[in-house]
Design a protein around this ligand. Sequence first.
Ligand SMILES: [Zn+2]
Length: 442
Amino acid sequence: MARWLLKFIVLVALGAGFFHIAFRDAPDDFDVTAGRNELLAATMPSHAGQPQIRVLVADALDIATLALDGMVRMEGVIHPNMTRRAGEFAQSVAVDIAPAPNGNGVNIGADRYVRARIRPLGASPIKLSWRSGNQDVNLSLPYEIEIYAIHVRSGDTLTPKIRILARLPLEEYLYGVVASEVPTSWPLEALRSQAVASRTYAYFEIRSRRNEEYDVHAGTRSQVWRPATFVEPPVRRAVDSTQGIVITEKNALIKTFFHSECGGFTADARWVFTKTPILALSGVRCPRCANQANRPTSWSVAYSRQEIAARLGKAGLFKQGGEIRNLQALDQDGNPMGRRLGRAVTIEITLAGGSGTTIRIPANEFRLAMGADRNNLASTYMTIEGGSEARIAFSGLGWGHGVGLCQHGAAFAADRLGYSFMDILALYYPGSKLVRLWGAGQ
Ligand SMILES: [Zn+2]
């Protein structure tokens, strides 16, 4: 079936003429664990129209299935003769995608490409499916996708895998973010504040990752995005009515971090992500979470010392090894927090043995290493109890890293305080200014 498909593409391509597209090869030693971006202020661009965003949909896969139904446009570089081909054709087909054994290209059905781009032209989206752990992942993408091979390093070994990106207009991408990040039943002003924060975050990444292969991850490493084949009316309204609006400080874009629940006070970005001071990310009191009557999420968990050492070791945060004797949280000034509930900035670990050596780990890295979910360390707004008992108990309020907009706080401010999205953004990004870079709002 795929041979037939190739012949069809060739025929159409010959008829339509070749398109000149600049393709880049995947670097041989690409590392899938990219470093954290330290840049927090990108220069303001001059912009004509909304940009496209490149979303990493799937990475380091061994195999996936691609299903097409209806008219599509396909462009690709054929391996090994590097001929560029492009064409539009109607097809109903399901084929496997897998890296070529040596990593020189990707096999799509029986054909081998260096890179391929496919865009649906009709109403039927591109369907992709693969297995992730014990789960089947199925995606319907009404957007252009790009497929190519990468090499994943493990020790001295390079293993060929496949990567799939989606390319779409930023405003369309936001439909899939707002619907995934917050309940669509939330007040419109809260949805609008999420749309503006997410637009700014995404555009910041587009601006600062121009030399990278993609702009954002589809999951929590960036912001959660699920392709939207249907856009709920409140989501469409929140995005469209704030079209092109971004958050700035000193005439520069800021990386607008946000999180689920702050627990009381939002965190200064300098405690979590970078040393660069950004006024808009310096932390504020949250009108919702700071009031116990509003019942911010509370969590508690206890671990043995061995378990803590093992989890830190797995995350590469306990290279020196040893036996943990005591563990305490330090605040932003480096002072022990005792049993006070608040924002832990550093976790200080004292090792057993005569020397009493201490090591310090940023609290958010400690949280991620222990498991940053509701069954583990949901937030760094916490207190540590029983630091000298057999098990060390942690308890806290909220969920997430705590920097920037508090999503539950935004819903509260819209619903209970009558705040507009502009009021909400002024609350959680103090001193910031809103600027419209494209569009007019509808
Ligand atoms: Zn909050």
